[in-house]
Design a protein around this ligand. Structure first.
Ligand code: ZN
Length: 487
C-alpha cells in the first residue's frame, strides 16, 4: 500500500488409505481458530490450506445487501473434526462440505464462521466448501486491531458502484476466507450488475453475458494471490487495453468521466514494466497488469493483485512526473503479491522493496537524487522507529500499512553498499525467483543474501529490521542524529 504523502477428487471415505497411513489413523480434532500471528492475533485459521475461492455476488444499486456465495477448495493439514474461516456477513444460510450439509455457526463479534462437516476431513486430502451467504456493504466493523484508527471504507461505495480495500485484515468482510497473507489462493469473482455498469477484478475476464438488463462478469486469477489484495470494482468504468513486455496483455479500468484525462499516465505502464523486469532480471509474475482508477479512495493506493488501485484524480493529473506511487504499487506485484509475507512482522519485504525500487526508478529517470531520497527515508525512520518500533516488530498494528517502508528500503540500500550492485541484483533476483507463488520470512531473505553474497549479512539486516534504534546508513556518518526521546 502507499499511504498519503509518502476440481478436485473428493474422498469421503474414512477408511485409512495407502501405506503412509499404516500407523494409527489420526483422531479428528478441531482446526485452530487463529494462525497465531503476533500482529493480528485473532486472524487466520489452522488445519488447512486454501487453493481457490470462487466468489459470486448479485449487485443491486441502492441495496447494500448482496446475495452471495463462495466455493472454497482447500487441503487438510491435519485430520479435522471442524474448521473455521474468518468471516463477517449479514447472514450465512447454507454450508456444505464435499457436497454434504454441514453444521455451522457465524460469530460476527469474533469474525469467525465455524464449520463442522458431517464426515471428518482427512489429513492431506482436498475438500470443497460451498457457502451461501448475504454480504452487506453496510456491515463494516472496524479492525479489532486498530479500531480507533480504522478510517477506511473497506466496502468502498462510489458513484453507483463499489470497490474493495481489505488490507491489512479486513478482506474477510467480503467473503469467508482464511485471511492471512501466507495462505495464498487463486481467486475468481462472478458478479451480476446492471448492464450500464462495468465490473473489474483481479486477473482476466473469462466471460461476460447479458440477460435482459443484467450482465454477469467472471474474472479469475491464474496464480495464487494473498487475500488482502483481492479486488472487485463495479461502476461506470472504461477499459483501456495495452501491451506490455513479451506481449503481456494489459488492461486498466478508469472512471469513465476521467478516462481520457488518465490516458497519458496509463500509457506509462508498459515502460514501467520494462524497467522493473530489467532491474530484477525477472519477468512480471502475473498474467496481466493494469491500474484501477476510481473514486472513494482518498489518501491511499492499494496494490490489488494484477490491478493496482488509485484515486482516479491521481491518474488523471496532467503531470506525468509524479510516478512514485505508480511504481511502488507495481513493485508490490513482485514483492507482497507474488512473494507474499510469511507473517505481518515480515511486511518490510513488501513495503521496503516497493519503496526502494520506487526511489531507484525516480533516480534513474532524473526525478530525484538517490542520496536525497535515502536521507529523507532515514530522517523518517529515526522518528518513526522511536515511536512505533522497528519494521520487523511494529508496536502499532497500523504500521504494517505505511511504517515498514523506510527501515526496509534503507536496509536494502545498505546491503547494496556492502555487496555491490551486481551481487545485490543477484540476491534480489534469487530471492524473488525462489519465493514467487510462496510466502517468505525475514529469515528467508537473510539466508538468500548470505548464500548469494558469500558474506554473513545477518547482523546488518537484523539491525535494520529488529533494532531498537535506527542504524546509521553505511557511507553516511554525517546523517547520524540522536534518536528522539520516546514519547
Ligand atoms: Zn506499499
Amino acid at each position: 500500500m502507499h499511504l498519503g504523502k509518502l476440481a478436485t477428487a473428493v474422498l469421503l471415505s474414512t477408511a485409512v488409505a495407502g501405506p503412509a497411513a499404516a500407523t494409527t489413523p489420526a483422531i479428528p480434532t478441531p482446526g485452530a481458530q487463529t494462525a497465531g500471528d503476533r500482529v493480528f492475533p485473532g486472524l487466520g485459521n489452522g488445519g488447512y490450506d486454501v487453493q481457490s475461492y470462487n466468489v459470486a455476488y448479485d449487485y443491486q444499486p441502492g441495496k447494500t445487501q448482496m446475495a452471495s456465495s463462495v466455493d472454497i477448495v482447500a487441503q487438510a493439514k491435519q485430520t479435522l473434526s471442524s474448521f473455521s474461516l474468518d468471516a463477517v456477513a449479514k447472514q450465512v444460510s447454507e454450508v456444505t462440505v464435499n457436497g454434504l450439509p454441514a453444521t455451522f455457526q457465524l460469530d460476527n463479534a469474533k469474525e469467525k464462521l465455524v464449520v463442522t462437516p458431517k464426515v471428518p476431513l482427512l489429513h492431506n486430502l482436498p475438500f470443497r466448501v460451498h457457502i451461501v451467504f448475504a454480504a452487506d456493504r453496510a456491515l463494516e466493523p472496524h479492525s479489532p486491531n486498530f479500531p480507533e484508527l480504522d478510517h477506511f471504507d473497506h466496502w468502498t461505495d462510489w458513484a453507483g458502484g463499489f470497490e474493495l480495500m481489505g488490507q491489512p485484515d479486513r478482506s474477510h468482510l467480503f467473503f469467508p476466507m482464511n485471511d492471512v497473507p501466507s495462505d495464498k489462493a487463486r481467486v475468481s469473482f462472478k458478479v451480476t450488475v446492471p448492464s450500464n455498469l462495468q465490473a473489474a477484478a483481479n486477473g482476466t475476464l473469462q466471460s461476460k453475458q447479458t440477460k435482459g438488463n443484467r450482465t454477469t462478469y467472471v474474472f479469475s486469477t491464474r496464480d495464487p494471490i494473498p487475500t488482502h489484495v483481492a479486488q472487485l470494482a463495479v461502476g461506470h468504468l472504461t477499459e483501456i487495453k495495452g501491451k506490455g513486455p513479451h506481449g503481456l496483455p494489459l488492461r486498466s479500468y478508469v472512471d469513465s468521466s476521467k478516462a481520457k484525462a488518465a490516458g497519458p499516465r496509463v500509457g506509462l505502464v508498459p515502460d514501467q514494466l520494462r524497467w522493473v523486469e530489467h532491474q530484477l532480471g525477472s519477468k512480471y509474475p502475473f498474467e496481466t497488469y493494469g491500474v484501477l482508477g476510481v473514486g472513494g479512495v482518498t489518501g491511499y493506493a492499494l496494490e490489488s493483485a494484477t490491478l493496482s488501485m488509485f484515486n482516479v484524480d491521481y491518474l488523471a493529473q496532467p503531470n506525468t512526473q509524479d510516478v512514485a506511487t505508480m511504481v511502488h504499487e507495481l513493485i508490490h506485484q513482485y514483492f507482497g503479491n507474488a512473494v507474499s509475507v510469511r507473517t505481518w512482522d515480515d511486511m518490510w519485504i513488501s513495503e521496503g522493496h516497493a519503496s526502494y525500487y520506487s526511489g531507484v526508478y525516480q533516480a534513474d529517470k532524473g526525478l530525484v537524487k538517490l542520496d536525497d531520497f535515502m536521507h529523507n527515508a532515514y530522517n523518517f525512520e529515526v522518528e518513526n522507529r522511536a515511536t512505533y518500533g522497528p519494521p520487523g516488530r511494529p508496536a502499532d498494528t497500523l504500521e504494517v500499512l505505511g511504517g515498514t517502508n523506510a527501515g526496509g528500503l534503507l536496509m536494502l540500500n545498505d546491503v547494496n553498499h556492502v555487496v555491490g550492485a551486481k551481487k545485490f541484483r543477484e540476491i534480489e533476483h534469487t530471492f524473488f525467483e525462489r519465493y514467487r507463488n510462496k510466502a517468505a520470512s525475514t529469515q528467508d531473505y537473510i539466508d538468500v543474501a548470505n548464500e548469494v553474497s558469500g558474506k554473513d549479512l545477518t547482523a546488518l539486516i537484523k539491525s535494520w529490521i529488529y533494532g531498537k534504534t535506527t542504524p546509521v546508513p553505511l557511507g553516511h556518518p554525517d546523517w547520524a542524529q540522536p534518536a528522539p526521546h520516546q514519547r
